[in-house]
Ligand binder design. Structure first.
Ligand code: NAG
Ligand code: NAG
Length: 276
């Protein structure tokens, strides 16, 4: 009896006209797409340039297909093309790899404040040093992919700068930037550290949606809404059940007291009879 009501409410929360899913009539159709069968699925907030119609996805979430197989993301301010390995819409996370295999080159160039993304890792401030001679071996490892015969690039944690009394005069600080980790030859990988996350502007989307009576929530937003409605339904059912249980207990208490009075009055009568 209770389960069908619950299911009905749940169904209502999914199909209610007040909360249309992303593919409502006034929106462009933005079907999920893939660059290849093995590639990550691309849907809102992302969109696939040249395949999704304009209006799909959100600004800054533009992906493209290279050679019809590889999914790439372009950071327009940086002229950086990175390969998209996976997208988790549940965790708001995108994992990338650098085709040039130079993660510290990406860290150096990429200014995430110009994008909707943050690093998925805690960040620390590092200085990139560009030195015309090698630092003494054993102090720091040079970033091989950024260094050449005549110049040697190092990442030095801002706090560690004190390990130089003064910066060697053959070095200059190229940039101070907050990145997940400094260079280590053991982590010289093309993908480690290139996990990014993005924020879901749930409140913003919800208010926009309610105003336009057209809720274009992100996947997470949709889920939260449905979860919220489910919780309301559950609370309703629980309170109904409690109300009934309370009424039942009240009746039971009433019955018990009636019984008590009955027993007492019988006892009283018995006492009267025996004393008589
Ligand atoms: C990609 O696919 C399109 C049509 O599906 C085809 O015309 C084009 O030649 C392909 N490009 C490559 C690089 O495979
Ligand atoms: C380091 O300096 C050299 C020589 O001035 C320059 O060619 C190179 O681009 C610089 N590298 C970085 C990462 O700044």
């Amino acid at each position: 009896m209770k389960a069908p009501i619950f299911l009905l409410l749940f169904h209502f929360s999914i199909s209610s006209p007040f909360f249309p899913t992303s593919h409502s009539s006034s929106q462009p159709t933005c079907p999920p797409l893939k660059c290849s069968p093995q590639s990550p699925e691309i849907h809102t907030p992302f969109h696939l340039t040249a395949h999704h119609p304009p209006g799909c996805g959100k600004p800054g979430f533009t992906l493209s297909c290279k050679h019809n197989t590889t999914t790439t993301i372009t950071f327009p301010h940086h002229h950086l093309d990175l390969v998209v390995k996976s997208i988790s819409y549940d965790e708001n996370r995108i994992d990338l790899s650098d085709p040039r295999r130079c993660v510290h080159g990406v860290f150096l160039d990429l200014d995430l404040s110009l994008t909707p993304f943050q690093y998925a890792y805690a960040v620390k401030e590092f200085d990139y040093l560009n030195c015309s001679a090698r630092l003494p071996t054993g102090s720091f490892d040079e970033v091989a992919c950024l260094s050449g015969k005549e110049h040697h690039v190092y990442t030095v944690e801002a706090g560690e700068r004190s390990s130089f009394e003064v910066l060697p005069e053959f070095c200059r600080v190229v940039k101070s930037v907050k990145i997940p980790f400094g260079y280590s030859p053991y982590l010289a990988d093309d993908e480690f550290g290139l996990g990014l996350t993005w924020e879901t502007e749930c409140g913003e989307e919800m208010s926009k949606g309610f105003l336009a009576n057209n809720l274009v929530g992100s996947a997470l937003c949709d889920k939260l809404l449905k979860l919220g409605l489910c919780l309301v339904a559950v609370a309703l059912l629980l309170s109904l059940k409690m109300y009934h249980t309370n009424r039942g207990e009240e009746m039971l208490v009433n019955e018990r007291s009636h019984l008590f009075f009955l027993v007492e009055s019988l006892k009283g009568r018995g006492d009267e009879e025996s004393s008589a």
